[in-house]
Design a protein around this ligand. Structure first.
Ligand code: SF4
Length: 335
């Protein structure tokens, strides 16, 4: 993996609209399915996978996580504007309306501000902000701090990329494919750029406040997952898998090859078999690592003195529901 720091990125990569994601999204068959997040969960810790996808235990929502969802939404819609208008000011102007839209969709997000101090809502190094007009002082200051934190991430974005020079082919695109005629793999790609020569670049925005070294392996796993789907659906190995770390204003590029993706495909099949075996045996072992610091379920984890709850008996409806955890990017606390 190569790391680029703040300077502008590589030359213009104008996108050419593709036939669209429907070609990359297949119907869900009866067999197993996996998203990058859930596959990475099992790889990280089988017990974490169980808590999230089988027990479906609630998880705390952190300001970092919600801010990530907000910034992903802003960056997605920034590209709705004509290229010349995609300025830092235009992005900043999208923050409040996108936040209002998210709260309308999910009113519980408003409760995020109930007890968390403004400095924490704004992210590292931020100071308390003045209240917003028309809101109680306390609530307005918390919201202002939160939106300021989102603005800092957008500053990081503009430090590494000029959206006026890009025309993404797809944004927040759901892609999926069947592996080995049995395993459905699918996930949302933040952005896909396609060069006039047909080269693909997969771009993933990373907005979390956690040290990225702890999550880089997981992020790369996610990108290889997308690369495999694109290779299988379009017959092209993506030329670049790109992580944009907005907090650090850094870029990490990785170039996969077909041989590596074939190996990765076998890894996913083995992972799926291991998951099916664990489900059959109801045996999901804890696997402690530094990612435990970000796990919401320590209270139920034997590694932290907790007791695992009884294995849930699924209703017919639940047993037929997908458990691959496919969700738009930015919403996963583990990245
Ligand atoms: S605390 Fe660590 S070992 Fe326990 S379930 Fe969470 S990730 Fe796994």
């Amino acid at each position: 993996m190569t790391v680029s720091t703040p300077a502008q990125l590589d030359p213009v990569l104008p996108g050419s609209p593709q036939p669209g994601s429907p070609a990359d999204a297949v119907e869900r068959p009866a067999g197993p399915s996996l998203s990058p997040s859930r596959a990475a969960d099992f790889k990280t810790c089988p017990l974490l996978f169980r808590f999230r996808t089988i027990d479906r235990l609630p998880e705390r929502t952190t300001p970092d996580q919600v801010r990530g969802t907000l910034v992903h939404a802003v960056l997605e819609h920034l590209f709705d504007l004509p290229a010349a208008e995609r300025t830092p000011a235009a992005a900043a102007a999208l923050v409040a309306p996108e936040w209002a839209r998210l709260v309308e969709q999910e009113p519980a997000l408003g409760a995020l501000f109930a007890e968390i101090p403004p400095a924490e809502l704004a992210g590292d190094g931020a100071t308390e902000q003045p209240a917003l007009d028309g809101m109680p002082d306390d609530e307005g200051a918390r919201l202002a701090a939160f939106l300021t934190g989102a603005g800092a991430l957008l500053d990081g974005y503009f430090a590494v990329e000029d959206p006026r020079r890009l025309e993404p082919a797809e944004r927040e695109a759901l892609v999926s494919t069947l592996v080995d005629d049995a395993l459905l793999i699918r996930g949302y790609i933040d952005r896909l750029d396609v060069s006039p020569a047909g080269d693909l670049r997969v771009v993933d925005y990373k907005t979390g406040g956690a040290p990225r070294e702890a999550f880089e392996g997981r992020a790369l796993f996610q990108l290889k997952f997308y690369a495999l789907v694109l290779w299988r659906t379009r017959g092209v190995v993506p030329k670049v898998l790109r992580l944009l770390y907005l907090k650090d204003a850094e870029v990490c590029d990785y170039s996969p090859d077909a041989e590596e993706l074939e190996r990765f495909e076998r890894t996913l099949l083995a992972l799926s078999e291991a998951i099916e075996r664990a489900k059959r045996d109801r045996d999901f072992r804890p696997k402690p690592s530094r990612l435990c610091d970000w796990c919401s379920h320590q209270a139920f984890c034997p590694e932290f003195g907790g007791t695992i709850p009884p294995y849930p008996e699924p209703s017919q409806e639940e047993s037929e529901a997908p458990i691959d955890g496919t969700a738009p990017a930015g919403a996963d606390p583990l990245g």
